[in-house]
Design a protein around this ligand. Structure first.
Ligand code: AMP
Ligand code: MG
Length: 488
């Protein structure tokens, strides 16, 4: 195991050195052995009790130094200068088999100086939910943080009523957020901002380090701009793949925006059934700020806040710094729009997109909304229709002339169209009603077999396995009364 504590070594301004608060009776519920192997964790040497001690925070693996990271964030548009890890401990980093450095973080591991009035804990249901959702997202091909373990604490947490508690271990390319930069920018701590930027470049964009002469001193404005652009461009595949699979993050605050471009924080997330851009499930998102169809706009809003934090590093003259930054935001907008269209075209089996294809895509989106069609199922049927003509009648009935136009468009090479569609249209997604029913059954019985059954299907979302059919159905009420919550 290759352990490091690079973030801790950045110094006191960046984190609080603090230990997890021990839990009463740690019990290992889930352990991601494939991920553990990638992280070179010699888990075979340990029994489940020992692993539970390590990933509850009761014992610290030698070499780690637990810390709580400091960060700020815009929450629903309002800036909060003091957030930070209120119930999480970053143990340190592990270098994986490919040489990548990954953060290992416990969540639900007790209070820190950033806890405010919170209890520092996490309930079991949301911990299991994060495990299911992040594994599903990974298998769908979405950039995401992952879960290494879920350990029951043997203690109760109170969220209106008592629930079983748990600690979840999150693995991430890093936990550096837009909010981390905002923390120092808000304090006008340019020295720490400079240090954080150096660190982030070395960690996530070593190619920038190589390209621009590197030193630990003042960053060149060119280097800072290249860094900003790299972070912004990393958000494109992230949001585009959310749009591809119907994922609604639910709380795209800047403290939940990782500069690595990974999905982070699964608290109020949900999957869309019937296509509608206004779809929202989060109980606190009253105005639909983070609705399905707003996600591309919000990402750009978040990147604009990120750009603002870097202005002092770009130039002492703010006006000039803005002038240099602006084209990169324009480029982000353009690339995002282009990539969105490319992604939708791929869902329809179309390569070499023309402007007529834009019209075809927009027309389908209008139809999906007007007819309240299930997003996943419709694309699965369209995919199958390239091989199976018996589906044409049904599709023509709902999509009318559009279906014929599309048929004509892909007629040149239906085999190629099918291959492209099969890669881009999952057969199964982690449907809210299935995830919730599995969580309820696990919590009632203490038996995780239904969770493992669901996971085995979600791990191969582009393959029709024997059990896949059990999880493909849309909820009868379109999840009309389904609400999600923030507190993991
Ligand atoms: P989140 O909603 O998970 O993005 O968290 C937003 C902020 O609230 C972060 O600073 C968290 O660390 C903090 N927080 C959330 N839940 C708790 C809790 N139970 N105890 C302490 N801090 C919390
Ligand atoms: Mg968060």
């Amino acid at each position: 195991m290759q352990i490091s504590t690079q973030y801790f070594q950045l110094g006191k301004a960046f984190s609080e050195r603090t230990s997890p608060v021990p839990v009463a009776k740690p019990e290992l519920l889930l352990f991601n052995k494939v991920l553990a192997s990638e992280l070179k964790i010699p888990y075979e040497q340990y029994d489940d009790e020992t692993i539970a001690q390590y990933f509850s925070g009761n014992q610290i693996i030698k070499g780690f130094t637990p810390i709580a990271q400091a960060y700020s964030g815009h929450q629903f548009g309002h800036f909060n200068p003091q957030l930070g890890d209120g119930r999480a401990h970053l143990l340190g980093e592990l270098t994986d088999t490919t040489g990548q450095i990954k953060d290992i973080q416990l969540k639900g591991s007790g209070v820190t100086q950033f806890s405010r009035r919170g209890d520092g804990r996490c309930a079991l249901g949301p911990a299991l939910r994060e495990y299911i959702m992040s594994e599903a997202m990974f298998a769908l091909g979405v950039p995401t943080t992952r879960c290494l373990a879920v350990v029951a604490t043997g203690e109760q947490v109170y969220r209106e009523r008592p629930y079983a508690g748990a600690v979840v271990t999150r693995v991430a390319a890093s936990h550096i957020r837009v909010g981390t930069f905002q923390y120092f920018a808000a304090r006008k701590d340019t020295e720490s901002l400079n240090k954080l930027t150096h660190f982030a470049i070395a960690r996530h964009f070593p190619e920038i380090e190589k390209e621009h002469e590197s030193s630990q001193g003042k960053l060149s404005s060119e280097k800072v701009l290249t860094f900003f652009n790299a972070v912004a461009q990393k958000q494109i595949p992230l949001i585009i793949s959310w749009m591809r699979v119907g994922f609604i993050h639910g709380v795209m605050n800047t403290d939940n925006t990782a500069i690595s471009g990974e999905t982070i924080d699964f608290g109020p997330c949900a999957m869309m059934n019937n296509y509608h851009r206004d779809t929202v499930f989060s109980s606190i998102d009253k105005y639909g700020r983070y609705a399905f169809g707003e996600q591309m706009t919000i990402m750009q809003w978040n990147m604009t806040r990120f750009a603002e934090t870097l202005l002092p590093l770009v130039s002492d003259d703010e006006e000039q710094a803005v002038e240099l930054m602006q084209p990169l935001l324009t480029k982000l907008h353009q690339n995002l729009t282009d990539n969105y269209m490319k992604m939708m075209a791929a869902k329809l089996g179309i390569t070499n997109m023309t402007s007529e294809d834009h019209t075809l895509i927009s027309a389908l989106i209008s139809l999906l909304e007007e007819q309240a069609l299930d997003y996943t199922q419709t694309f699965v049927k369209l995919t199958q229709s390239t091989l199976d003509e018996s589906l044409h009648h049904e599709l023509k009935a709902v999509l009318g002339q559009w279906f014929e136009l599309w048929q004509k468009r892909i007629a040149v090479d239906k085999t190629a169209a099918h291959a492209l569609m099969a890669k881009n249209n999952p057969l199964v997604i982690p449907r809210n009603h299935h995830v919730e029913s599995v969580l309820a059954s696990c919590q009632e019985s203490g038996d995780l077999s239904s969770l493992h059954a669901l996971l085995s299907v979600l791990k191969q979302p582009y393959q029709q396995l024997e059990q896949t059919i059990n999880y493909q159905d849309a909820p009868i009420d379109n999840d009309e009364n389904y609400h999600t919550f923030c507190g993991t």
